[in-house]
Write a protein that binds this ligand. Structure first.
Ligand code: IPM
Ligand code: MG
Length: 369
């Protein structure tokens, strides 16, 4: 039997730097635990634009469709700001999500104990925090038609985007969220703006329908997304799993990320329907962006990307034990005081580099054997 395949798309900015550390981890699992992957690498985002004049070449798209899982670093950067919208780096990422139909984006926000004092919120608000945001990823205002910038009738212009959701789009992401809730603390909170948006009313009704017909054992609540944002910083531990649409999910997950102290810590998994081999279509990526301000300085925190690989082990390859081992190694390294620059509190301290953090995690893996 051949090894499972991984397509690595490092992308732009700090993407290649953090991905280099993930590759050390992948190599370690192959050598030390016989968990081998066939790894291929390709371009996405600005890097792909520089090489091919498009943020995602068709060949890369085909390789992504064929891979057992895709690992992505980050896309974008100021160098590409002036590009036409249709070839901006972000379009490459959005095309991957859309064409692979990765409708369920899992964004865990976990506060590592060693970092609880580092959050901008008080320790008791965030210590032990473990919530999961499930963001719908292939529809809503990100993709709805009509969209565009058009002339209006008064000599000005009008910018249009459309928030659009169908019954099935809502039900399938709701099911993914209910399934996760069952494996956790059995609580799901759905967020929308049913007070001002028809798509929000439909969202609420369909999530309720899935609950009543298929998951009545899970405790379901509904919240307006603005209140949800407030509750996330007031008392985040009231949540277990949150399900929300594409745009609210984008905003709320950044908000939740900061509860944990740094955006540099948060992984994500984007999952679609099962493939012929039973594995879900899947792409894993850190929640953080390409961070052009620190690119090439060895300052980037590779943990979000490394934990994204842990999610791949768990959700694509059924290697929960290996995932737990890797997450434990990250925890041990943090508990030992290792900090990249983003993890230094106001008191300061000495930061280690991206590669030193990667090496420390591989050393902790080796020590845990
Ligand atoms: C994210 C990012 C993307 C998004 C950008 C880079 C297109 O902010 O994954 O959260 O808006 O979805
Ligand atoms: Mg975002």
């Amino acid at each position: 039997m051949s090894n499972p395949s991984l397509l690595i798309l490092p992308g732009d900015g700090i993407g290649p730097e953090v991905m280099a550390e993930v590759r050390k981890v992948i190599t370690w699992f192959g050598d030390a635990r016989g968990l081998k992957f066939d790894v291929e690498e390709d371009l996405v985002g600005g890097a792909a634009y520089d090489a091919h004049g498009t943020p995602l070449h068709d060949d890369t798209m085909a390789r992504a469709q064929a891979a057992d899982a895709v690992l992505l670093g980050a896309v974008g950067g100021p160098k590409y700001d002036a590009l036409d919208f249709s070839v901006k780096p972000e379009r490459g990422l959005l095309r991957l999500r859309k064409e692979m139909d990765l409708f369920a984006n899992l964004r865990p926000a976990q506060c590592f104990d060693a970092l609880a004092d580092f959050s901008s919120l008080k320790r008791d608000v965030v210590a032990g925090l473990d919530i999961m945001i499930v963001r719908e990823l292939t529809s809503g205002v990100y993709f709805g038609e009509p969209r565009g910038i058009f002339p209006d009738n008064e000599g000005g212009r009008v910018g249009i985007n459309t928030q659009r959701y169908t019954t099935e789009e809502i039900r399938r992401v709701a099911r993914a969220a209910f399934e996760l809730a069952r494996k956790r603390n059995n609580k799901l909170c759905s967020m929308e703006k049913a007070n001002v948006m028809e798509s929000g009313i439909l969202w609420r009704e369909e999530v309720q329908w899935v609950h009543d017909n298929e998951y009545s054992d899970v405790e379901l609540s509904h919240m307006y997304a603005d209140n949800g944002a407030m509750q996330l910083v007031r008392w985040p531990k009231q949540f277990d799993v949150i399900v929300t649409d594409n745009l609210f999910g984008d905003v709320l997950s950044d908000c939740a990320a900061m509860l944990t102290g740094s955006l540099g810590m948060l992984p994500s998994a984007s999952l679609g329907a099962p493939m012929a081999n039973g594995r879900p279509k899947a792409m894993y990526e850190p929640v953080h962006g390409s961070a052009p301000d620190i690119t090439g300085q060895g300052k980037a925190n590779p943990i979000a990307c490394i934990l994204s690989f842990a999610m791949a082990l768990r959700y694509s390859f059924d290697e929960g034990e290996a995932a737990t081992l890797l997450e434990g190694a990250v925890q041990k390294v943090l508990a030992g005081g290792a900090r990249t620059a983003d993890l230094l509190g106001p008191q300061g301290g000495t930061a280690i580099s991206t590669t030193e953090m990667g090496d420390a995690i591989v050393a902790a893996l080796a020590a845990s054997q």
